[in-house]
Design a protein around this ligand. Structure first.
Ligand SMILES: *[C@@H]1O[C@H](CO)[C@@H](O)[C@H](O)[C@H]1NC(C)=O
Ligand SMILES: *[C@@H]1O[C@H](CO)[C@@H](O)[C@H](O)[C@H]1NC(C)=O
Length: 269
């Protein structure tokens, strides 16, 4: 257990820590590889990944990544890292660290989104995936999902937390780490709503005072969808993978048939 420990989980074998930029800089090589491999999938969008036991890297089983064959896509590396750093600036991303080995076993990267129509003073940087067809396709799918339901309007809030990226290292799968982390960010989001809570005070200047009404995400696999079911997320929109195609093939043709659809989910905080 370290001084950064926010919560002990799995009988004290893992601790939840905040992923800050300095932790990212100091991270073990594996962690960096993990990010470079998987970052291509989540440019600016809420997108969830879970991975099967036998794969070496996290991202090999994320369905949109599989469908678009993004593994090993190197040309976007610099902007990927830039994007990750941008996400981490909101200071609400967490990792589960395996205490005996000090490895980061699972990650939950989140960002605060303010309704831009109501508050045009809040701006995000330009999306870095323009000009890369596969990335544009992912962007198009996620946009299709997240614009299907106006959470701000229907749930009457001005701000939401987007669970952007959720992933577990292969060797630490099936321990419930992604579930623990998702539960943790839900709890953290609730505390952010309390004025003067430690969590609210730790928000950096550009999001200071924001009170999120809900946590949203796009769950692309049955693994993440099951986490949503267990934690009481509401499905706002669902689309079958047969509905999307890229270069003449539907995504359903590329994805394991156990994952039939992609869903946009939310839970009130
Ligand atoms: C818009 O955002 C700014 C800066 O975060 C904040 O000061 C202001 O109160 C917000 N306006 C509304 C209508 O939420
Ligand atoms: C981020 O949160 C940590 C504690 O959780 C705090 O010590 C730090 O000052 C925060 N960083 C920023 C930039 O606000």
């Amino acid at each position: 257990m370290s001084e950064r420990c926010l919560k002990l989980i799995c009988n004290g074998e893992f601790e939840i820590v905040k992923i800050t930029e300095d932790l990212y800089d100091a991270a073990v090589e594996d962690f960096v590889i993990l990010f470079f491999v998987s970052l291509v999938f989540f440019f600016f969008f809420p997108l969830t990944f879970l991975f099967k036991l036998f794969q070496n890297y996290f991202s090999k089983n994320e369905n949109l990544g599989i469908a678009l064959n993004l593994i090993g896509c190197q040309d976007t590396r610099a902007s990927q890292e830039k994007f990750l750093r941008l996400l981490l600036k909101d200071n609400i991303s967490f990792a589960a660290r395996h205490i005996p080995s000090q490895q980061l076993a699972a990650l939950c990267v989140n960002k605060i989104e303010v309704n831009k129509i109501e508050n045009s003073s809040h701006t995000t940087e330009a999306e870095p995936n323009v000009g890369i067809p596969k990335m544009e396709k992912i962007g198009e799918i996620i946009h299709h999902m997240t614009t299907s339901f106006d959470v701000y309007k229907e749930w009457q809030g001005n701000c939401i937390i987007e669970l952007t990226f959720l992933s577990t290292r292969t060797e630490f799968c099936r321990r419930g780490l992604a579930l623990h982390l998702t539960d943790f960010i839900l709890d953290y989001g609730r505390k952010l709503k309390e004025q003067d809570s430690k969590e609210a005070l730790d928000l950096p200047a550009h999001v200071k005072g924001q009170r999120s009404e809900a946590l949203t995400s796009v769950f692309t696999s049955r693994f993440s969808q099951r986490i949503g079911e267990k934690l009481g997320f509401v499905t706002l929109f669902r689309e079958e993978y047969t509905k999307f195609s890229f270069e003449g093939e539907t995504l359903a043709e590329k994805i394991d048939p156990q994952h039939k659809y992609i869903i946009f989910v939310a839970k009130r905080l």
